[in-house]
Ligand binder design. Sequence first.
Ligand code: NAD
Ligand code: IPM
Ligand code: MN
Length: 353
Amino acid sequence: TNKMNIAVIPGDGIGKEVVPEGIRVLNAAAVKYGLDFNFDTFDFASCDYYQKHGQMMPDDWKDQIGGHDAIFFGAVGWPDTVPDHVSLWGSLLQFRREFDQYVSLRPAKLMPGVTSPLAGRGPGDIDMMIVRENTEGEYSSIGGRMYPGTDREIVMQETVMSRVGVDRILRYAFDLARKRGGKLTSATKSNGISITMPYWDERVLEMQKSYPDVTVDKYHIDILAAMFVLHPDRFDVVVGSNLFGDILSDLGPACTGTIGIAPSGNINPEHKFPSLFEPVHGSAPDIAGKGIANPIGQIWSGAMMLEHLGHPEAAQGIMAAIETVLTDPALRTGDLGGTADTVTCGKAIAAAV
Ligand code: NAD
Ligand code: IPM
Ligand code: MN
């Protein structure tokens, strides 16, 4: 079999606790499905690294990890020691841009054994794929501060949408909708944001012409947030700009019980650069060091990585193991009302694989 070379970056906080559980489960899948992994662990892209070196990553970070087949990432951020915009623009956001991971794929699915905070919703009622634009939009470094410290102070930051950038994320979302239920929802705000968002809507309409089999609806982001809570069953594939996708991808998983199980792929669909797989959640300083974080977001991200690397049967095996463990209250972590710790939950999933 072909060896898969994986760059492992635990990062900060609970990233360092959940990544080992993700690896444990990947190793179990390797035994079961005859896969071969080589894991290289890196200490950069962490606030500890910053404290030692004055920057988040070494200058040659791209050479160090760019040749790997994929990156398995935990979480970064420790606002007590490094401001969040410094730690994130110095690490994760560089990976997404420099490796052209323009798709952020974020499932939100209500799993068996998990209770939704929304009344009357059970497994099967919420099953969506959020497709987030991941390299441009509201996350731009174009802008600045004028007249600092005076009462004329002004800050501004431009939203950037390129035709290439918008069209490629829309195409990915339309293709995915075609493969799933044939239904696509576009998040917009073209009533208030009067240049970039009407452009987004215009490109959706244009692309729709090539996908007559896909039904498209569009919602302004404010009512869309409300509809996620009131009628989550209406949504299948949901596509949004960088910021809207960010918000929807915490809201969707919250509707499915906890953000602790939500996975994500930062994908370069052309396989020109390594894609990066990480949970949606962050470093959770409030629970870090206690060993109680839910490892399922990380483990599920490992399943998405296997799918991306061409091992769908192993990915499905991990998903089945997650479902088995979720239905046992004694194996769930505290965010799901259980008492299991991180390692207990991770070991149970590895055993179920
Ligand atoms: P967060 O996701 O870290 O935590 C939000 C809340 O959810 C906290 O109460 C936390 O305890 C809980 N939570 C998160 N993951 C959990 C898990 N696996 N199990 C149980 N509970 C869990 O978001 P935040 O507090 O806004 O951010 C904390 C730090 O993480 C900041 O530095 C932020 O910038 C960073 N961050 C990083 C990423 C990333 O690396 N992709 C994502 C989000 C936030
Ligand atoms: C995420 C995170 C990041 C984002 C932050 C930490 C920069 O919230 O991966 O969703 O906004 O993309
Ligand atoms: Mn986020």
